[in-house]
Ligand binder design. Structure first.
Ligand code: ATP
Ligand code: MG
Ligand code: MG
Ligand code: MG
Length: 439
């Protein structure tokens, strides 16, 4: 992409309403624009990051055996009356009426709708297990929308729903998502720790919130420090191997980790003092086994091998991709701007032409641009007529992991400079070497 042909509305200063780094930086970097409280338009740069986050989420969901669908954002109130949640949900739900005065709502989550789809088609244990997910906008009329994408009213969610014949196989479905979540966040360079979460009236211990430690997080959390050094499950892990997955889950739940709602000061007190982490955290994912809470009232039954007919066992599994974009900026930034990890960077490499209009410099920039594009490297060519200082500032602000800096001085010695945003390190290389290094 040539910057001269792109749409990147950079702001010199962060609007005053932005309180935290990620919100300020997203506005300044031209990633998002607020349209109403807690409702944002994604501008091209922001959309690129969101799409990369979604791609990782999707890949790991598919790997774990979940199947993608796409349910609508608008739902019928009647569906929610069946589960009894229409009245219970309260003011967070945006309720609307169509021209026929039918009560509709903008979905805050999809348990009811997926149960309706399931019961229409699936009747037998032979069709289980099944896990269906989608990545779709949700609306929750949050009391305090704030911090930009971190707590929006309209936000993107990946929500998966598992269906199993009994508790034992539901646990396996739960473990699949648990492992998929560990991999998903780790691939984005984030250390998300599964913490025991409240299961409400259903009880049991099958609910975990995946939390990233960050001083700006809205949750108060307590955990064992060793989790920060745990390794993520390998790519080839066999999701059908029940014992193997259980082993991963057992390890990742072996040490203390809880949010304030589930905090047990006595148990935490037994963790060695220098291993105790008491901090703030951002909830980026939440997995939950809830048994027959929806299948019972909504009559989603399946026949068992012995001929009996029983409500199907369900779980739901959420990730917030739009919140993740913000959370990763909280984790990766400095005074100059964002420092994207490669996996979710909007562009991998930026080419900085230090002397716009200089024939040789322009030619080399074009050569590098063509070569990187041909190799499939997402490249942003800063070809605007701006001073070098402004180009450095913009590229640092928007956080492109690698910068190729091309100017007449270096070219006189046949060299260009590569700067790596993550650690600020620089190296001088020949043009061909630079191309090879970046592709
Ligand atoms: P929170 O405690 O932050 O209000 P939640 O527990 O209500 O979140 P869930 O119902 O568990 O959220 O939804 C699954 C995921 O959706 C969350 O883990 C989070 O990543 C994301 N999410 C929830 N609410 C928002 C929001 N208002 N803005 C952005 N992402 C959100
Ligand atoms: Mg909430
Ligand atoms: Mg929560
Ligand atoms: Mg939650």
């Amino acid at each position: 992409m040539r910057l001269s042909k792109y749409f990147l509305p950079i702001l010199r200063e962060a609007p005053r309403e932005a309180e935290i780094a990620s919100h300020k930086l997203m506005l300044r970097a031209g990633m998002i624009r607020q349209e109403s409280a807690g409702i944002y338009a994604f501008l091209p740069l922001g959309l690129r990051v969101l799409n990369k986050v979604n791609a990782i989420v999707r890949e790991e969901q598919n790997r774990a055996g979940a199947i993608e669908v796409l349910m609508p954002t608008i739902q019928s109130a009647d569906l929610w009356r069946e589960s009894g949640r229409y009245d219970a949900y309260g003011k967070e739900m945006l309720r609307i009426k169509d021209r026929h005065e039918r009560e509709m709502l903008y979905g805050p989550t999809n348990e009811e709708m997926i149960t309706e789809i399931f019961r229409a088609y699936v009747k037998s244990y032979k069709d289980l297990p099944l896990n269906l997910y989608h990545i779709q906008w949700k609306f929750r009329d949050e009391v305090r929308p704030r911090f930009g994408l971190m707590r929006g009213r309209e936000f993107l969610m990946k929500d998966a729903y598992s269906f199993d014949v009994d508790y034992e196989s539901a646990v396996h479905s739960y473990n699949r998502m648990f492992v998929a979540y560990l991999r998903t966040f780790a691939r984005m360079g984030l250390k998300a720790i599964p913490m025991v979460a409240d299961t409400g009236p259903i009880g049991g211990n099958l609910s975990h919130e995946f939390i990233i430690l960050a001083s700006t997080g809205e949750s108060e959390v307590f955990c064992h420090k060793d989790y920060l050094d745990f390794e993520m499950p390998e790519e080839g892990i066999d999701f059908d191997d029940r014992a193997k997955l259980q082993g991963v889950v057992d390890r990742w739940t072996s040490l203390y980790a809880a949010t304030s709602e589930k905090h047990d000061a006595d148990a935490f007190g037994k963790v060695a003092g220098d291993r105790q982490v008491s901090a703030r955290g951002i909830e980026v994912g939440h997995i939950f086994y809830f048994g027959t809470k929806y299948s019972e009232p909504m009559k989603a039954d399946v026949t068992h091998p012995d001929g009996s007919v029983k409500p199907v066992h369900m779980g739901s599994y959420g990730i917030g991709p739009s919140r993740l974009v913000a959370a990763s900026i909280e984790a990766f930034h400095d005074d100059a701007g964002i420092k994207w990890p490669e996996e979710i960077a909007p562009f991998n490499t930026a080419i900085l032409n230090l002397k716009q209009g200089d024939g040789m410099t322009g030619e080399v920039c074009e050569q590098i641009y063509r070569a990187l594009n041909a190799k499939g490297v997402d490249t942003l060519y800063h070809d605007l007529d701006e001073r070098p200082g402004a180009k450095f500032a913009t590229t640092d602000l928007i956080g492109i992991p690698h910068q190729v800096i091309v100017g007449p001085k270096g070219l006189a010695n046949g060299k260009v400079e590569i700067k790596h945003r993550a650690d600020g390190s620089r190296e001088e290389l020949g043009v061909d070497q630079a191309i090879a290094k970046l592709s």
